[in-house]
Design a protein around this ligand. Sequence first.
Ligand code: ZN
Length: 231
Amino acid sequence: MEPLLALQEIDGRIRALQQEIQDLPDRKEQEKSRLKGALGVLAAAQSNLKITQLNLNAAEGEVANRKERMEKLRQQQQALKTNRDFQAMTHEITRATDEIEQCEARQIALMDEVTPAAARVAEAQAKLSADTEIVNRYLKELDRRMADGQAELTQCLTERTGALKAVTSQQALLAYTRLLPKRWPVIVPLEGGTVCGGCHLTQPPQMAHLVRRNAGIVSCQTCGRILYSAD
Ligand SMILES: [Zn+2]
């Protein structure tokens, strides 16, 4: 039973390593997805800054246009002959001046928005690069674990070849190999001399007796696992 238990111990390590190697790509993806939040905040801040700047450009353009138009009105006013026309134009110029003031107020308000919007972009960029650094460090760590795991697995598989040779009973080896893909662990102690350590069902007394005598392969009547005496 000793060589078989040694084989099972190696198989246990192999299973754990294979599981770890299999899970690592998913864990890397999970790490990468942690950046999504910071990327989203940055994209929103950048878009907000861009819109503010576009609005500001539009406001500046509008102020310039309106000033140009008012200049024309002033020139036209000089050419007017009647008092009535002149006064009507004065009204129009006053209205245009008010409108320019409103546009300029909007322009100033937008100018005030640009600085904090740019600060939010810088803040989001800083957060993203800090997060990226953390994630990259962890990804590197996972890559290192992958390489270590694969090296360790290769080592275990070599050890397994040796452990297989140490099992002298072909019957035992066959029983173990058949159960390996279906039950884990394959070999379990007969707990308290009566209960299968795998499925926890009580075995008939004659089974316990056989196990204690170490008389060949004794299998649990329910789950089929190989039983050994833990005493
Ligand atoms: Zn059992």
